[in-house]
Ligand binder design. Sequence first.
Ligand code: C5P
Ligand code: C5P
Ligand code: ZN
Length: 461
Amino acid sequence: MVDFKGLEEAASFVKAGNRFTVIGHYDADGITASAIAGQMLKRMKKRFDIVTTKQLDEERLKRLKKLEGDLIFVDIGSGTISDLEELLPDKNICVIDHHKPEKRQSNFIVFNPHLFGYDGSNDVSGAGMTYFVAREVDERNKDLSKIAIVGAVGDMQDSKGRLLSLNREILADGESVSEIESKIDIRLFGRQSRPLVKFLSYSSDPFLPGLTADDEACKRFIKSLGIPLYRDNKWLHYVDLSDDEKRRFISALYVYGRKNGVPDAVLKTLVGEVYELVKEKERTELRDAKEFATLLNACGRHDKAMLGVEICMGDRGEAYRKASNLLQRHRKMLRDGIEWVQKHGVKEMKYIYVIDASYVIKDTLIGVISGMLYGASVVRRDKPVIGISVDNEGVMKISSRANWELVRKGLDLGKVMREAAESVGGTGGGHNIAAGASIRPEKKEQFLKKANELVREQLFR
Ligand code: C5P
Ligand code: C5P
Ligand code: ZN
C-alpha cells in the first residue's frame, strides 16, 4: 500500500472550509486538476471560484491576498512555498501538486508525491494528485479519474508507451467505474477526430518524411493498402477501420518509417497504450485522452484556460465549440513553429541544442514545440533542447525538453534550469525531462553557458 503522506490532511482541509478559491496552472494538467477540484467542491455544495495562471510571481501572489476564502493550489505552488508563507501569512492554504517542492517543511498543507517517495514526471500528475484528494473525500468521485488520466497524458506521462505507477491506479479506478478503457493501438494524434488523410498528413510527432504535410502522398499511401478514403459518403477516420485494416495500416506505416529514416526510438512509440473516454461521443476529440488533452492545451496556451475547465466540468455547448476553433489555431501555430525552427536552424552547443525563437514563437508554445523537435527529427536525441522566447512583459522564458534515454543517463533538467537561472538572478525548475526558467534577456549567453556546463556535469560525471 502506498503511504499517501498529506492526503488525509488535504481531504480534511477541503471538508473543513466553506469558501474556496482554486488556483490552477494553465496547461492541460492544471486545467484538469482545477476541474477535478471544482467538481469535488460543487458536489459538496461548497462555494468556490477557480482561477488559472501561468506562474506565481510576487505580483500575482499579492493579488491572491485579496481573494476570498481558503486557497487550494493545484498543479502549481511547490516551487514557491516560501513566497506563499511570506506573502500570504493570513491565508489557509493547501498545495496539491506534483512539481518538486522547494522545501520539505512548511506552515501549510502540502500534498506532493516527492514527499512520499514518488516523482512527478512519471508517476502522477497534478490532476492525479487532485483526484486522490477527491476520492479520499468521497468514493463517488471515482468517475473523475478519467479527467485525471487526461491530465497525466497532457503532461506526457505516457511517453514511455503507457502510463505507469500511481497513474495506473487511477486508470484502474476509471476502468472499474466504466468511464475509461485502455488498449494497445497506434498513437498518432487524431485517431478519433481526423479523417485518415489528415491523420497522416498532420503527423508531426513523429514526422513522417514524404507523408507529413503532403495530402496527395498520404492518399496514395492509404489507397495502396486497399483502404478506402470514405465510406457511405463520409470520410473514414482511423477509428472507423476494421481490425484487419488497422493492422495493415500500422505495419505499412512501420515499414515506411524504417525505410524513410524515422529513428528506431521514435518508431518504438508508434504503437502503445491509448485511453478512450467511453462515455464521450465517438469521432470527437473528447473520446481520446491525448486529443482531449491537446484541446485543453490549446485553451490554456492561448489565454483561455477557463474554457477548458468548463469542458472538463461538463460543458459540451459553447465552451466546447470555442475550444474546437482554438485547437485548429493551436495546431497551425505548432506546425508553423516547427517549420520556423527547421528553416532557421538550431544552434548547437557542446551539450545542448538551443532554439532562439525570441519574438517569433510565443512563450506559451516554446515548450511544446521544443518537445516536438525529437519526433519531428529536427534534432537528434543525444542532447536536451533549450528553447528561448520572450513574454509580453519582456521576461525571457526558457523551456527545456529531453527524452528518457538522457534522463536514464543522469540528466535532470529541473536542476539544470533552477541552478542556471539562479546563477543569473532568475528562477527556474520543473521535472527531469521537462523544465523551464525565467531570466532577464541580457543574461541569455551567461545562462546558456551555465546550462551547457551543468548538463555536462550530469551526463559525464
Ligand atoms: O507544469 P507541468 O508539470 O504540468 O508540465 C510538464 C511539462 O512537461 C508539460 O509541458 C509536458 O508536455 C512536458 N513533458 C515532456 N515530456 C515528457 C513528460 C513531460 O515534454 N516525457
Ligand atoms: O514552461 P514549460 O512548459 O517549459 O515548463 C516545463 C516544466 O517546468 C513545467 O512543469 C513547469 O511548471 C516547470 N517550470 C518551473 N519553473 C519555471 C518554469 C517552468 O518549475 N520557472
Ligand atoms: Zn502538471
